[in-house]
Design a protein around this ligand. Structure first.
Ligand code: SF4
Length: 881
């Protein structure tokens, strides 16, 4: 298991220090040879406009190009160094207000992927999933894809969500330009079956902000960590998942050990708990009771901010059967809210929450929260829950009650997991119910605004949202159980997956994998490496990697940053934008020849969708094409919206060492970095304009202008305590929870190929509380059978008195690609009724010793040359069948 996790902080600190000065630390390099371009090959390919900008410099024989880290949602700014034309080093940008020059290990090492021998470098095709892949040309690939898509459309139906037979599944790792153009293409073809993996990680945060603020995304940003007195970390292992932010919190804590308090709320003792003054360890799934109890104390003891609450807040509840729209519910009085909280006494909550939670601890934390400037941060611990939206609301409630929002050092900040879940998918319209620029599918005005901008006929975008992720993949597996679960479900026969591996990351995935294996589902995957998902592809399209193409990432704090092209892509790998534009033209030609007028009508719409970009795709798909797509998106689609990025041109983004936070409606505002503090009059251009133009808001200090909040107030929600979908019982007495480890990124398709990272964590394990281990006779390293109602894993045990889950809970990491250690065979696909995000964090399981400790092998999916083409190593393994 590589380094002891106790050494984590030491190693992390050493690496971040090294990253600042650009030292390439050699930690460990076992197994895989270093990645090199062939001798003498010059891979530098830097557009002239970049070379003339502050995003480029030359120092000796190193050319440096500035962009963003490829991995997490922190958005660290990096310099990629090319020595003699080869990617050789990555260091942090010291003028960035995000990372101040520091990087974690993943950020320092991703240059090793540019010429990795496993890179996909040519389109590969097979008619049947039982055959080997054969290399084909791009022309042939688009030809086959267009035929298969039309076939799938004809097999399906036309309805209010558009064509039922086809779908797109994207990623929070795709560039904003890519998500924007992908969703535009699919809406223009005529379907709202547009989804992306942020449904698995961020959807509940979207639902939380939408209901609390009336619009998505946070009010403040990372700068608040430096002005805060308390950091409330709930459901986030920040130390491992957002190490550079954790470093910032740690620095503040070390500088002011008594005045800067860290409260960690988590059923598990994680590396994050190490700097916590208070660790609230509660039974998984009881956080709603805990958070309502904190609000109870704040109200009961008169600690709430009376002016902020009376002037800027209103109170809301959703009652099924009475209210039409769950996002709106109906308004209630402050008195009614107080009555609702009556039962959530600290004693009542402590009883429900168990663990180390005491009534006195609840009172102490509530008092601290209310009487200091507090920033809350959270990630999957709150989002991946069947009550994810509610629990998001309850954290924001505490900020609204105590006036801990819209001021320095105070914010409710949901940390984004992926680098572009916010900028690309949430803002770019990459989910089935939303459209770009924070518009929604159901709103006819929003649809028509886009149709006008795109120059396509009114009615092009279907009026009903498509299928959310679990439903979309159920429409592919299409078992009797799926049909019972989703009455009226229509099958999907064609899917285009971009930069993500759902057949490792989806919950309860056995049936999804079986569905994908069928030959009546045509699967296209655009990616840079073989994955557990390319195993089920008919067509694999090689993509250009980060810095091999150009585009924008938008991180946690509404901040957009550009990564320009710097490195030549290998073989025939091409940017997704080029793939979309070329495929659309082939599709348009074929649609024109169709007999069905509904299909024929779409030919000109599909052509019009990409027409503005055809010339750029021909001449310069690496830079100009991206710039033109960005100009349409930022300049026209976001203009006038709350996520206004029309001032953030590529020119401005190249200049800025840390990008632009929206709203940034003019170049002048964007040049200064945009808007740090949203909703605040005098600081946010939209709030300021409302105060200036509407006499009734003239004396307001902050204005909630979320489109759902007609009263222009922040909404406090009444959300009762409810437990998880599958609590433990006599048969399955443990809670299974899952998460990430610092060295690996998601399904490890990239980090599993970087020796320094893969060497430290070559395989996943199960963390067990020492008391449970002793009771079950499990020793450290023993192989343990982890079993749920859906599947099983065999994993080595990690038992620590220092870190790990509370009694009755086990924790497993989901990056491992080895089939018996892929934990998503076991997880639960129950989802939040509002956000549709699955409950990865809690399901019932049982464990038992399977075998004594023994050496284990790591596993990475690869393509192997076989007679007649290529097959994945897993497809060649008889144990896999
Ligand atoms: S913290 Fe996230 S964004 Fe920053 S270097 Fe690490 S992986 Fe990259």
């Amino acid at each position: 298991m590589g380094i002891g996790r106790r050494d984590f902080l030491k190693k992390s600190a050493a690496l971040t220090a090294a990253s600042l000065v650009g030292i390439n630390l050699k930690i460990k390099a076992d197994g895989i040879a270093p990645v090199e371009a062939s001798a003498g090959e010059n891979l530098a390919q830097i557009p002239d406009e970049v070379k003339r900008s502050p995003a480029y410099k030359k120092e000796g024989d190193i050319e440096w190009v500035r962009g963003v880290c490829r991995f997490c949602g922190t958005g660290c700014k990096v310099w990629l160094g090319l020595k003699n034309g080869k990617p050789a080093i990555i260091r942090g940008e010291k003028d960035s207000q995000i990372n101040f020059g520091f990087l974690c290990m993943k950020g320092m090492l991703f240059y090793k992927l540019f010429r990795h021998p496993d890179r996909l470098t040519q389109p590969l095709y097979r008619k049947s999933k039982k055959e080997p892949f054969k290399p084909i040309s791009w022309e042939k690939a688009f030809d086959i894809m267009a035929d298969e898509m039309i076939k799938a459309i004809k097999k399906g139906e036309w309805g209010p969500m558009g064509w039922t037979g086809i779908a797109y599944y994207g990623s929070g790792q795709a560039l904003t330009e890519e998500t924007y153009l992908f969703q535009k293409l699919f809406r223009c073809i005529g379907t709202n079956h547009v989804e992306g993996n942020p449904r698995l990680c961020m959807a509940s945060a979207v639902g939380g902000y939408l209901t609390s603020y009336g619009t998505d995304e946070p009010a403040g940003g990372y700068a608040d960590f430096d002005k805060a007195q308390t950091v409330f970390i709930i459901g986030s292992n920040t130390a491992e998942c957002h190490p550079i932010l954790y470093r910032r919190i740690m620095k503040n804590k070390l500088a002011n050990p008594n005045g800067y308090m860290v409260i960690n709320v988590d059923p598990r003792v994680s590396p994050t708990s190490k700097i916590a003054d208070i660790h609230m360890q509660f039974k998984p799934g009881t956080d709603l009771a805990l958070l309502n109890a904190l609000a109870h104390v704040i109200i009961k003891e008169g600690l709430y901010d009376k002016e902020f609450v009376s002037k800027y807040c209103s109170f809301h509840i959703y009652t099924k059967g009475r209210d039409k729209n769950p996002l709106i519910g109906h308004a209630v009085s402050f008195e009614e809210y107080k009555r609702f909280l009556e039962k959530y006494t600290p004693e009542y909550a402590a009883e429900i929450c168990g663990g180390n939670i005491t009534p006195e601890m609840i009172r102490k934390v509530a008092r601290r929260f209310a009487t200091t400037r507090t920033v809350s941060i959270w990630t999957m611990g709150l989002n991946q829950r069947t009550r994810g939206v509610w629990v998001n609301n309850l954290v924001t409630n505490l900020h609204l009650l105590t006036g801990n929002v819209c001021k320095d050092g105070a914010d409710a900040l949901s940390l984004t997991g992926q680098p572009n879940a916010c900028g690309g998918v949430r803002e770019g319209g990459g989910l089935c119910h939303i459209l770009p620029g924070h518009r929604v599918v159901k709103n006819a005005k929003h649809r028509h605004q886009l149709e006008k901008i795109w120059g396509v006929p009114k009615g092009t975008i279907p009026p009903k949202p498509g299928y959310h992720t679990v439903k979309m993949f159920s429409a592919i597996s299409y078992t009797e159980e799926d049909k019972r679960r989703f009455p009226g479900l229509k099958p999907i026969h064609f899917i285009w997956i971009e930069e993500t591996s759902p057949l490792q990351s989806l919950p309860n995935m056995r049936r999804f994998r079986e569905g994908f294996a069928r030959d009546d589902v045509f699967v296209v995957v655009t990616d840079i490496f073989p994955t557990r998902t390319t195993e089920f592809a008919n067509l694999i399209l090689p993509a250009a990697f980060h810095f091999e193409k150009t585009g924008v990432y938008g991180c946690t704090e509404r901040r957009s940053q550009l990564t320009p092209k710097a490195v030549k892509a290998p073989g025939q790998a091409m940017p997704e934008l080029w793939q979309i534009v070329n495929f659309a033209q082939v599709l348009a030609k074929k649609l024109k020849r169709e007999r069905d007028p509904k299909l024929r009508k779409r030919a000109s719409i599909v052509y019009q969708c990409v027409a503005p970009f055809i010339e750029a795709a021909k001449k310069d798909p690496w830079w100009t094409l991206s710039k033109e797509v960005w100009n349409e998106y930022a300049g026209k689609v976001t203009k006038g919206q709350d996520s206004d990025l029309s001032g953030a041109t590529y020119e401005v983004l190249l200049e800025r060492p840390d990008g632009v936070q929206w709203p940034a409606p003019t170049v002048e505002i964007a040049r200064k970095g945009g808007t740090l503090r949203r909703f605040v009059v005098g600081k946010d251009p939209i709030a300021t304009k409302i105060a200036q133009t509407h006499p009734e808001y003239r004396d307001w200090k902050c204005i909630d202008y979320g489109h759902l909040h007609k009263d222009h107030k922040f909404w406090v929600w009444l959300r009762p305590y409810k437990g998880p979908a599958e609590p433990p019982d006599a048969e399955y007495p443990f809670v299974l929870s899952t998460g990430r480890v610092i060295d690996h990124w998601h399904t490890a398709s990239m980090t599993g190929r970087i020796p320094e990272l893969a060497g430290d964590y070559p395989y996943a394990w199960v963390e067990i509380n020492p008391k449970d281990a002793q009771r079950l006779g499990i020793n450290p390293g023993d192989l343990v059978l982890v079993e749920t109602r859906r599947g099983k894993n065999i994993l080595p045990a990690r038992i620590s008195t220092d870190e790990g889950p509370m009694e009755g809970m086990v924790f497993v990491y989901w990056y491992d690609q080895e089939k018996s250690r892929m934990i998503n065979f076991c997880t639960l696909d129950a989802f939040d009724p509002g956000s549709k995000q699955p409950e990865f964090k809690i399901c019932a399981c049982r464990i038992k010793k399977y075998a004594p400790a023994q050496p284990l092998k790591s596993f990475i999916v690869k393509l192997e040359k076989v007679r007649g083409g290529y097959l994945h190593n897993a497809e060649l393994d008889p144990n896999e069948k």
